[in-house]
Design a binder for this molecule. Structure first.
Ligand code: SF4
Length: 245
């Protein structure tokens, strides 16, 4: 209970991506991610620097110096339950939470199943996933497409990750840009189909207007993935449309 880790922010908001879009969640955003994707929309959460921003029950925020103890994080999470019956899910996000697997595990052990827990991850750290898998209810992984991240290929890591996720509910997301070839969507869908054919596959158009794929491209991506998987959706980042964090 007394280990410490790096947190960017803890707050509650509408879930803007993936299978539970529109639900109210408590978010724990981990600080630090070594991938540095070109399209990252949380650049403030990529480096281990600065204090954590914690939403307060009466409104407003306080800042706490990093690293935070497990106890501090748990108290901050529980304080986000703003009314009886609120019953939000807990979204573990980043940054990349699986870059701090021991701290994440200690935090989830401390919460002792109080919230249904969604782990949002870049999907390239299978060994770290195995450290925490039994503590999370749903794994929401990214497929990092070379055309969108500008970071080369992660197909082998994604393959291992999907295997490692077996036994837990899995959803996957691929951010697509105007530069994305259909073959990258096909590769992601095939990897998912091999180990998790029932998993939801979300095609998420890049939010930045100049990079958003055309409607024709989105129809083509969808058709390609739907020939391989049962459960495919095209969903934009809804929290950006709503103007919430
Ligand atoms: S993996 Fe996620 S948090 Fe890390 S740089 Fe890419 S988009 Fe940002």
């Amino acid at each position: 209970m007394d280990s410490a880790g790096y947190i960017s922010e803890i707050f509650s908001s509408f879930q803007g991506e993936g299978p539970f879009v529109g639900e109210r969640h408590i978010f724990v955003r981990f600080l630090g991610c070594s991938l540095l994707c070109g399209y990252c929309d949380t650049p403030y959460a990529m480096r281990e620097a600065g204090p954590a921003r914690i939403e307060e029950a009466g409104g407003g925020f306080k800042r706490l110096e990093n690293p935070l103890t497990v106890r501090t994080v748990i108290e901050a999470v529980i304080s986000q339950e703003i009314f009886p019956g609120f019953n939000p899910k807990l979204a573990i996000t980043g940054g990349e939470p699986l870059e701090q697997p021991e701290f994440l595990r200690a935090m989830l052990e401390g919460l002792n199943g109080r919230f249904k827990t969604l782990l949002e991850t870049n999907g390239i750290l299978p060994d770290a996933l195995l450290r925490v898998k039994d503590m999370v209810d749903i794994i929401s992984m990214d497929f990092k497409l070379p055309s969108a991240t500008g970071k080369g290929e992660f197909w082998d890591a994604h393959r291992e990750f999907v295997e490692a996720a077996k036994g837990r509910e899995l959803a996957a997301k691929a951010v697509v840009s105007r530069q994305t070839p259909t073959g990258e969507v096909e590769m992601a869908a095939n990897i998912l189909a091999k180990a998790a054919p029932d998993a939801l596959f979300v095609i998420q158009p890049m939010t930045e207007k100049s990079a958003t794929p055309s409607p024709e491209m989105l129809f083509e991506f969808y058709s390609c993935a739907k020939r391989i998987l049962k459960n495919v959706r095209v969903i934009p980042q809804v929290h950006k449309i709503l103007g919430v964090r």
